[in-house]
Structure formats: C-alpha cells, structure tokens
Write a protein that binds this ligand. Sequence first.
Ligand SMILES: Nc1ncnc2c1ncn2[C@@H]1O[C@H](COP(=O)(O)OP(=O)(O)OP(=O)(O)O)[C@@H](O)[C@H]1O
Length: 258
Amino acid sequence: MNTPQTETIGSVTRKSRQPVIEINNLRKGFGSQEVLKDVSLKLMEGENLVVLGKSGSGKSVLIKLIAGLLQPEEGTINVLGEDVCLLNSNGLGELRKKIGFLFQSGALYDSMTVRQNLEFPLRRIKKGISQEEIEHKTAEALENVGLSEAIDKMPSQLSGGMRKRISLARTIVVDPAILLYDEPTTGLDPVTSDEISALINEVQKRYKTSSIIITHDIACVRATADRIIMLLDGAVYMEGSLDKFEKSTDPLIISFFK
Ligand SMILES: Nc1ncnc2c1ncn2[C@@H]1O[C@H](COP(=O)(O)OP(=O)(O)OP(=O)(O)O)[C@@H](O)[C@H]1O
C-alpha cells in the first residue's frame, strides 16, 4: 500500500494538495493582437504563485479571464472545480464571492468610513450575517492588517500604504479561497512595499488562501513566491522555484532579477 506523501506549500501542509485553479491551452487576443497564445498553469491549494512578464504580456488579462470578466477564444479555465467558461452570470457571481481581488488602485469607497468599506462587501456576500458577526469580522480583518485604530477614519485621511492595507482587509473580510493580486506594491516606497509583501504572507497563513500575485517588484517576488511563472510572447516561458529563477543564466530572467 502506498503511504500518502505529506508536503508543505505556503501555509498548507496536506497529504495531497489539489489545484484550485487549472488553466489549459488558453488563447486570448483583441482584434489582430494575440495576447495569450497558449497558456497552461495550475495554482495549488495554499500556494503563492507569482506571475512575471514584461509590460503588455497579458498578466492582467490572465486575471480577468480567471475571474470570468473576459472570455477566452480557446482553452479551459477551472476555478474551485467550476469551468468558468460554462458558468452563467449567476454561477459567475457565486464563484466571484470566493475570489478576492486586490488591484493596483486598491480603490476604496471614498465617501465611506473604513468600517463601512469593510461592512459593505460582508453584507453583500454573506447574506443573513448577524450584526455581531459583521462587527467581529471587521475588527478581525483590521487587526490582521495592523490597522484597528483606523476603523472610523475616511480613506482620504489614510496614507497610500494604509489604503492598500485597508483594501486588503476589505478583500479578506469575506474569507475568499483565492486571492488575485495585481501589482500590490506598485506606487509604494520600498519600506511600505516590504510591509505589504509581509502582509500577503500573513494573510496566506491566517486565512489559508491560495494566491496569484502579479508584480514587477522583485523584492515582493522574493518575499512571497512559492513558485514563479514567467510569461513571454503569449506563453509560459519559464516556471519554477524562486531559487531556479535566481540561479538562471537566461538574459531575460537575469534582467528581471538583477
Ligand atoms: N479590453 C481590452 N481590449 C483591447 N485590448 C486589451 C484589453 N485588455 C488588454 N488589452 C491589451 O492586451 C495587452 C496585455 O494587457 P495586460 O494589461 O494584460 O498587460 P500586463 O502584462 O498586465 O501589463 P502591465 O505589466 O503593464 O500591467 C495589452 O496590449 C493591452 O493593450
């Protein structure tokens, strides 16, 4: 009889880990422009997968395809056991409740306090949730991003780094299974960027999420990546551990990691 192997990926130690996202032979273009020609990848449970690629290589398009915001021309996208391309709008809506997005802008609702910014998605996604539970989850999410004291502030009263933290709190407050980060540290100073990278790891541990992180920030890659995928010319150019990328002698990889 085979003994199940135990392995640790990110924060999750399991006898056998499952893919939470599985993409096969994805093709997507706009008009005559081919952006993704043939992309296949997996995101494993509990893993932080970093996607690298030159500007315009289709990283954001990839995230939008995963979320069902764009339709591919060819290929399959399976997220948490659902074939995204076959879901109707209700099915997509349900699936998106399990996916958290942290976009570059991290847009908060400027006319709402931090508390209201967190309570809004909770009420929308967790139908029937009690007021007590809302308050508990809001306080917990703010504590986890180290900003409990900001609960009654307006977004305009916060620094860029604080806004990013609150955006992350708003994303995690609804317990997503998957987090999609699009350039989470862009526009932040190096110290604040490092804090956000550390927070990405904290969130992974506490909330047991699986994440795709798109970033050009190599410090963020070094801090967060369990595995890396480099896109080039619409396909996966290289895939592997941080160590593999750091030791690569390929000029393109070196140009990213120098
Ligand atoms: N809705 C759209 N309609 C037409 N073209 C689009 C659309 N979305 C993206 N594109 C094009 O697809 C290409 C890839 O865009 P994408 O935003 O995915 O790049 P990226 O790798 O995320 O770049 P960056 O690192 O600069 O953010 C770009 O040439 C972009 O202009």
